[in-house]
Design a protein around this ligand. Structure first.
Ligand code: FES
Length: 168
């Protein structure tokens, strides 16, 4: 008889360990996939969202544009309202600015401060921005307002995800 002979007890141990391992893997894989899947999914940040604004109606006076979209944060899906200040600049190019103040995140308003006409004004700490979104020196914000990339489809304005201005 060989010394390497497997005893009945060892055989049973190996078999049960192997079968148990397969069963555990079969149960754990769906749970791991459930836990990780939403994180691995590509998010929709590259998508453009339709507004209710016709490109032809955009003037050189900033107008507040609200738009809604579905946002998925891992397992939680919600409807979010976004806002942009939209106008055409002197070259006729559309500009869409984020209303989120770059100081501490309050919401800026257009032409709301009588002493600073034709500027964006943040009431929280008297932040000021020029019409093109550039922060006014010696006021609290240290960077220009973020800019939305935009597209025109069938005459309607679509907005992407607001980005910090290059060089800001
Ligand atoms: S949050 Fe806008 S100036 Fe402070």
């Amino acid at each position: 008889m060989s010394k390497n002979r497997v005893s009945r007890r060892q055989f049973l141990n190996y078999t049960l360990t192997g079968v148990g391992g397969f069963m555990a893997a079969g149960m754990l894989m769906p749970m791991v996939r459930f836990a990780v899947d939403p994180v691995l999914k590509a998010n929709a940040s590259g998508d453009y969202i339709a507004t209710n604004v016709k490109v032809a109606d955009i003037t050189n006076e900033p107008q507040r544009v609200d738009f809604t979209f579905d946002q998925v944060d891992a397992w939680y899906e919600s409807e979010v309202t976004g806002t942009a200040w939209v106008f055409k600049n002197d070259e006729g190019k559309i500009v869409a600015l984020s209303p989120v103040c770059k100081h501490l995140g309050c919401t800026v308003d257009w032409n709301a401060d009588k002493q600073n006409p034709n500027r964006f004004f943040c009431p929280c700490h008297y932040g000021l921005y020029e019409k093109d979104g550039t922060n006014v020196p010696n006021t609290p914000p240290l960077a220009p307002l973020d800019v939305y990339p935009y597209q025109e489809k069938d005459g309607i304005l679509y907005l992407g995800k607001a980005q910090p201005r290059e060089g800001a």
